[in-house]
Design a protein around this ligand. Structure first.
Ligand SMILES: C[S@@+](CC[C@H](N)C(=O)[O-])C[C@H]1O[C@@H](n2cnc3c(N)ncnc32)[C@H](O)[C@@H]1O
Length: 332
């Protein structure tokens, strides 16, 4: 039976600084690993959970039975989290991407380990499947999916192969799609450690679920739903997601959102305190026990009860390692 191991669980609980009688929102219920840990840690905490995937309903029912009156689940996209009951929240968490349940259920089409319709939707009742996207998307949209969301260095060959395969049926199933991508990216040399279609599948999944758009919409809503001193914590698995979170959190903290943000410091307001200057990442023991956690990055902010003037201008430069710390690696 499939299970999902919650990623960075201890760090998440520590950053949330759970409070007696607190109210929490888990935007990405999945298998309920983070949700259960919060409900177990604080006997009278209440937790609202969302998940776009209707398959999460059954798992949520078991949690509701175990924590009567303290747990509420809604099958919804977190882009609509402003409609979730329980606000204001003392903590809002999001653990982005897919759960192991979704990867392990071949029929969902997220994986190339088994043959199935290439669907890849978190909510199969909304939007279009990956197969339909591949058959109908513009070339620019395919490039955005494969190159930008998938980080596929051989994106030109993949996009060319997809366009050439339209109407043949090869784009409709996971295995034929994976074979087509593998053939497009093949080069002589030792075999790669990961399947050659991994990046393209990731890019398609991010695209058909509009994962980056949902995150951009949700972050301001999540911050607005926080009580004073409440914590917003996000685990991302991809540099594009992490960049969105990092920029949003920097803006809240009255810091330049990136190295190109040269707005005068006195125009900024500090609405939140950064709890993670550098993201929390899994240690070796966690990545060994749960390889899926490898690329996880956890960032968190605490909402200030009263906005304060932004920190001194020096922080502007500290964001750009080329100026202050030439030997440190620049984070994406
Ligand atoms: C990594 S799993 C979460 C695992 C969970 N923290 C646990 O410990 O079991 C991510 C979950 O978020 C859900 N999800 C992804 N994007 C979503 C969105 N925009 N709105 C709501 N749920 C989403 C997925 O369906 C999946 O179940």
């Amino acid at each position: 039976m499939s299970t999902h191991t919650p990623v960075l669980l201890d760090a998440m609980l520590r950053l949330l600084a759970l409070r007696l009688g607190g109210s929490y929102l888990d935007c990405t219920f999945g298998g309920g690993g983070h949700a259960r840990a919060i409900l177990e840690a604080i006997a009278d905490a209440r937790l609202t959970a969302l998940d776009a995937d209707p398959a999460a309903v059954e798992r949520a029912r078991a949690v509701a039975e175990r924590f009567p009156g303290r747990f509420f689940f809604k099958a919804a996209n977190f882009a609509a989290l402003d409609t979730a009951p329980g606000a204001p929240f003392d903590g809002v968490l999001a653990d982005l991407g897919c759960s192991s349940f979704q990867f392990d259920d071949a029929q969902r089409g997220f994986s190339f380990r088994a043959d199935a319709p290439a669907d890849m939707r978190m909510n199969p009742h909304e939007g279009i499947s990956a197969a339909e996207f591949l058959e109908t998307a513009s070339e620019a949209a395919l490039i955005a999916a494969v190159r930008d969301c998938g980080d596929e260095p051989r994106w030109k060959a993949v996009v060319r192969a997809i366009l050439a395969a339209r109407g043949t049926g090869k784009l409709s199933r996971t295995l034929s799609l994976a074979e087509l991508v593998a053939a497009a990216v093949w080069r002589p040399g030792p075999p790669a450690k990961t399947h050659p279609a991994t990046r393209t599948f990731q890019g398609l999944r991010i695209t058909v679920n509009d994962e980056l758009g949902a995150l951009r919409t949700a972050l301001p809503k999540a911050f607005a739903a926080l009580a004073p001193d409440g914590v917003l914590a996000v685990i991302s698995f991809h540099s594009l997601e992490d960049r969105i979170v990092k920029r949003f959190f920097n803006g809240l903290a009255g810091r330049p959102v990136d190295a190109d943000d040269s707005r005068p410091q006195d125009e900024r307001e500090k609405l939140a305190e950064l709890l993670t200057r550098h993201p929390a990442t899994p240690d070796e023991a966690e990545t060994a026990a749960n390889p899926r956690s490898r690329s996880a990055k956890l960032r968190a902010v605490r909402k200030l009860p009263v906005p304060t003037p932004a920190p001194a201008a020096a922080s502007h430069f500290s964001l750009n390692p080329r100026i202050t710390a030439p030997n440190t690696k620049q984070t994406p």
